[in-house]
Write a protein that binds this ligand. Structure first.
Ligand code: CA2
Length: 149
């Protein structure tokens, strides 16, 4: 069975570690990718790690994951709060989906409190910094192990 996991990142996350460190910390997205790859290796997962500022590109990767991947860890960034299209795409994916937010969105502006993606996500992690990605991968590995029986 496939142990391939897509780690998808939405708009502006390419600036991680370069702006607003009081909200998002000092780690860059390249640091997050490096840490995800190291942990994936430990967990026996293969990962494809992507970031885009374009909604359609994220949707195309979700479509690609339909045939290729066993699970998705996704930080949809601002599209979390706006995108029915990303929710619709995730609804066509059959494996587990973990939604990750670096900041605690519930402690922030009211418009960040609603997530379209949470309607589909099997789990949601918020406010644990970039460690959330690693915990998301651990959870997916556990779910895939349980499926294998
Ligand atoms: O906390 C998160 O991970 C968010 O998904 C990040 C999004 C925000 O719109 C969500 O409400 C919560 C924003 C990503 C922007 O990332 C930046 C990183 C560094 C500097 C500027 C933006």
């Amino acid at each position: 069975m496939s142990r391939l996991v897509y780690v998808l990142n939405g708009p502006n996350l390419n600036l991680l570690g370069k702006r607003q460190p009081h909200i998002y910390g000092h780690e860059t997205l390249a640091d997050v990718e490096r840490d995800c790859r190291a942990l994936a290796n430990e967990l026996g997962l293969e990962i494809r790690f992507h970031q885009s500022n374009r909604e359609y590109e994220l949707i195309d990767w979700i479509h690609e994951a339909r045939d290729a991947a066993a699970g998705i860890v996704m930080n949809p960034a601002a599209f979390t709060h706006t995108s029915v299209a990303i929710l619709d795409a995730l609804n066509t994916f059959e494996g587990p989906v973990i939604e990750v937010h670096i900041s605690n969105v519930h402690k922030r502006e009211a418009f960040r409190h609603h997530s379209f993606v949470s309607q589909r996500a099997d789990g949601v992690i918020a406010g644990l910094g970039t460690q959330g990605y690693l915990l998301g991968l651990r959870r997916l590995a556990r779910l895939l192990d349980e499926k294998k029986g």
